[in-house]
Design a protein around this ligand. Structure first.
Ligand SMILES: NC(=O)C1=CN([C@@H]2O[C@H](COP(=O)(O)OP(=O)(O)OC[C@H]3O[C@@H](n4cnc5c(N)ncnc54)[C@H](O)[C@@H]3O)[C@@H](O)[C@H]2O)C=CC1
Ligand SMILES: CCCCC/C=C\C=C\C(=O)C/C=C\C/C=C\CCCC(=O)O
Length: 254
């Protein structure tokens, strides 16, 4: 898909990986809705991007992805403001520290709901233009994460859910892909270091160094998934040891 002139929504877009998704999409000429709980950070990013690109292509909307009404409102806002929706990045996520049930809601249930709502407006069967959905999973969707079993479980869920929609490309013109970063130094990661040390030992910080990737590289991967029309049902890894590559699962016999 040629990104210029298209419209994207990025959940969790105010900071971390989502912030870099927004920066990269605006840089490629997209209209971007930054959808996040954090109003101040989202509005600041929006203002900065519009100033930098001398445009009005970035918009912020306060959105709690666990609220169906907020998700619906975000999609309506995109269409009312820019006339279409082409790209959805279901990226908002949290650790399970303190509230594992909430982590399931944010990391998994909201990804399902966001995907379903976007399909309704993007589908060529409903008069939409088709589109691309990129769901942020994690390397913890391929490997277990000791100290984060619920987090890892939600990411396995995101991966299985997304891959099970591979037929949408043919039927509705929508490609669904998953991106699996290794460790990315963001607020989420910093907050979970004590948990990792508990599970992996005191030398965790030394061991994890080679597995760190920058959020900018993750955003480069996302852009590749959006631009390359051959990518459907793709599981992209973004890791310190391999950079950007694709994980191959066994083919289904069905
Ligand atoms: N940081 C890491 O090492 C990795 C992160 N990921 C995934 O990447 C995604 C982004 O994570 P980071 O940028 O690291 O985290 P972060 O904590 O820096 O940013 C997450 C953003 O999501 C927003 N958010 C949280 N709950 C929300 C809700 N209910 N509604 C709307 N927005 C909400 C936050 O306000 C924040 O702006 C997550 O899905 C995470 O699981 C995947 C692999 C590695
Ligand atoms: C308390 C646990 C929740 C953890 C949430 C914080 C950060 C999230 C990190 C990830 O999602 C990445 C997880 C694990 C994989 C990291 C590296 C493995 C790379 C292995 C390889 O490249 O082969």
């Amino acid at each position: 898909m040629k990104i210029e002139g298209k419209t994207a929504i990025v959940t969790g877009g105010a900071q971390g990986i989502g912030e870099q998704f927004c920066r990269a999409l605006v840089d490629h000429g997209a209209n971007v809705i930054i959808a996040d709980l954090k109003k101040q950070r989202g509005e600041d990013l929006c203002r900065e991007l519009n100033k930098q690109y001398r445009s009005n292509r970035a918009k912020f909307i306060q959105c709690d992805v666990t609220s169906k009404a907020d998700l619906q409102n975000t999609i309506h806002f995109a269409i009312k403001t820019f006339g279409r929706l082409d790209i959805l990045c279901n990226n908002a996520g949290v650790t399970e520290i303190g509230n594992w049930e909430k982590a399931i809601e944010i990391n998994f249930t909201s990804v399902i709901r966001g995907t379903k709502l976007a399909i309704e407006v993007m589908s060529t069967r409903n008069g939409g233009h088709g589109g691309v959905i990129i769901n942020t999973a994690s390397m913890g969707a391929i490997f277990p994460i000791m100290g984060g079993p619920v987090y890892s479980g939600t990411k396995f869920g995101v991966l299985g859910f997304s891959r099970s929609l591979s037929n949408l490309n043919a039927s509705d013109g929508i490609r669904v892909n998953v991106i699996c970063p290794a460790f990315v130094r963001t607020e989420m990661f910093e907050a979970s270091i004590p948990n990792y040390i508990d599970s992996y030992g005191n030398d965790f910080q030394k061991k994890m160094k080679k597995h760190i990737v920058s959020p900018v590289l993750v955003a480069r991967g996302m852009i590749q998934l959006v631009e390359d029309d051959t990518k459907n049902d793709a599981v992209m890894r973004v890791t310190g040891v391999r950079g950007i590559d694709y994980y191959k699962f066994q083919e289904s016999k069905l």
